[in-house]
Write a protein that binds this ligand. Structure first.
Ligand SMILES: [Zn+2]
Length: 353
């Protein structure tokens, strides 16, 4: 299997995130991608390639240019404002309750703040998203990794894996959040739609709901989004991910959320997977973009499912058994001792070996 990897992710060298207002050791660290890379190298069944530069246009095809400009300039702006911190996170966010009773037209017309502290909240979802000097470069490289993996499949490969870091599925059109800056999977899916004119399915098997991917394609009839994730009533991202969110307009019926209980077993997971895959193969198209997360693993520090390493091989096998070509993009997974084995198991399953 072809793997796309870039060492540029290392410049997003976060050490801390913020949890319930307190600094805490970061989960989404550079070591994650290095563990996966070395495990795939040790397996011997994977061929590595670097990403090619795709420029900004595929990003602004799904993201607000204002978000791109903010992320590009945030660190420099903090330096100009003489904010001397090891990383940047917001402490004030524009919750919808602030605008209660005001028209949507009025609210969306509010100007973006000019200070970096205001911008972090304006363009952000939560405090788990520290920005450091190298964050923008790493996020741009992750997008190129995803687009290069998509190119491989568009060029005839049946499957390709993009080792994206930082991940992407919590990033919405105008919002970073949840360790994510640009939505790698959404950008790849949009590029595939534009290249092929076909419908594309996104299968999100990260532990968390991909609120950003759902938001980006909410009104789209040409991209089907299916996600198996922790019930948002108890878990991040809390405010989206319920089963009754089916899309609107042209996207009506093209969003499938399968929220799951704590302690979810391998068997329970596979039952939900079969539902998602059944919905995908009911629709036309030849390519699935997979948002691949291993925070579903039983020992993950931020998840509460009970999945084991062998089930990942079976999940990969069943996804490949749809007969669709696969663009597999890395999202979460934070129990580092098992991350390499879990990734190898999934990808070997997807290759049928
Ligand atoms: Zn996750």
């Amino acid at each position: 299997m072809q793997v796309v990897y870039s060492s540029a992710h290392r410049s997003h060298d976060v050490t801390h995130e913020t949890f319930l207002g307190q600094p805490t050791p970061a989960n989404e660290v550079a070591e994650r991608a290095e563990i996966i890379r070395s495990s795939l190298e040790a397996d011997g069944g994977f061929t590595f390639a670097g990403p090619t530069d795709h420029g900004e246009a595929p990003i602004t095809a799904v993201h607000d240019p204002g978000l791109v400009r903010f992320l590009e300039g945030a660190w420099g702006q903090a330096e100009r404002e003489r904010i001397d911190r090891p990383y940047l996170v917001a402490d004030t966010y524009p919750t919808f309750r602030m605008f209660e009773g005001m028209s949507e037209e009025f609210v969306v017309g509010q100007p973006a703040p000019t200070s970096v502290a205001g911008g972090l909240g304006w363009w952000g979802l939560d405090t788990s998203n520290p920005i450091v000097k190298g964050t923008y470069g790493a996020a741009r490289a992750a997008v190129d990794v995803a687009l290069t993996a998509a190119d491989l499949v568009l060029g005839g490969e049946t499957v390709a894996y993009g080792l994206c870091r930082p991940p992407g599925h919590h990033a919405a059109r105008s919002m970073a959040g949840g360790y994510c800056f640009f939505n790698n999977a959404a950008i790849a899916a949009e590029a595939i739609v534009r290249a092929t004119g076909e419908r594309v399915a996104i299968l999100d098997v990260d532990y968390h709901h991909g609120n950003g991917t759902q938001q980006i394609f909410w009104r789209r009839g040409d991209v089907f989004y299916a996600s198996i994730h922790a019930d948002p009533a108890r878990q991040y991202p809390f405010f989206l991910g319920y089963g009754n969110e089916r899309g609107e307009g042209d996207g009506q019926g093209e969003n499938l959320n399968l929220p799951q209980p704590a302690g979810l077993s391998d068997e329970g997971y596979l039952a939900a997977l079969d539902r998602a895959l059944g919905a995908i193969v009911d629709r036309p198209g030849s390519i699935i973009v997979v948002s691949l997360g291993f925070d579903t693993y039983g020992r993950d520090p931020i998840g509460d499912f009970a999945l084991t390493t062998p089930v990942y091989h079976e999940v990969g096998r069943r996804v490949a058994a749809t007969g669709r070509r696969l663009v597999i993009l890395q999202e979460g997974g934070y129990y580092r001792p098992a991350l390499g084995d879990n990734t190898v198991a999934w990808l070997r399953g997807a290759e049928g070996r």
